[in-house]
Design a protein around this ligand. Sequence first.
Ligand code: CA
Length: 223
Amino acid sequence: MRILLVEDENGVANFIRKGLEEEFYTVDHAVDAEDGISLVEANKYDLIILDIMLPGMSGIELCREIRKKSINSPVMMLTARDTIDDKVTGLDSGADDYMTKPFAFDEFLARVRALLRRKQDKLTELVFGELRIDALAHRAFVRGKEVLLRPKEYAILVYLLRNRGRVLSRTQILENVWGYDFNPNTNIVDVHIKSLREKMDEAGITDLVRSVRGVGYMIDNQA
Ligand code: CA
């Protein structure tokens, strides 16, 4: 399990890093947001821990940047401040959990384990209302009945579900599902979304995939 820690105070960073390494996690440490972004772009992290008060770009802004890049690793925010506003802003920026410094290391480790577990659950199963995705078998079910999807329809559905609440452009869908080398002028995304919708409608889930005119497609946050 590889963890990125973005924290400018070396004392705090060393304390957290040492504690995590004793639990056999691999830890990369960045001292500011810029450093953090280059590590996030170069590596795949199972968990990202962000201090909010950083020199330059804050942890909250960094979290938004990470989510903008469609990086879905769980994010835990660390801060010395403990106002409700900070917590709400932190969570709204795309963080999954929040800890106020100073904290008990045992509680911190328990939260780290919970976030890593949640990520694994996400990898094996995705549930959205009456829709269930078995991500190991690459199969979709509505009320227990399988919906037969072609591989690209399935991949689009999972990509939209994992980013629900966000509008994804055709280009983002193309790059994520077909890869970067695909001709951007193709209407292949629309064709697959159309057939995905037809299959979902038939299975009894209507209006799952919404069109956002001029932008792209999305699945709402709530089923
Ligand atoms: Ca700091």
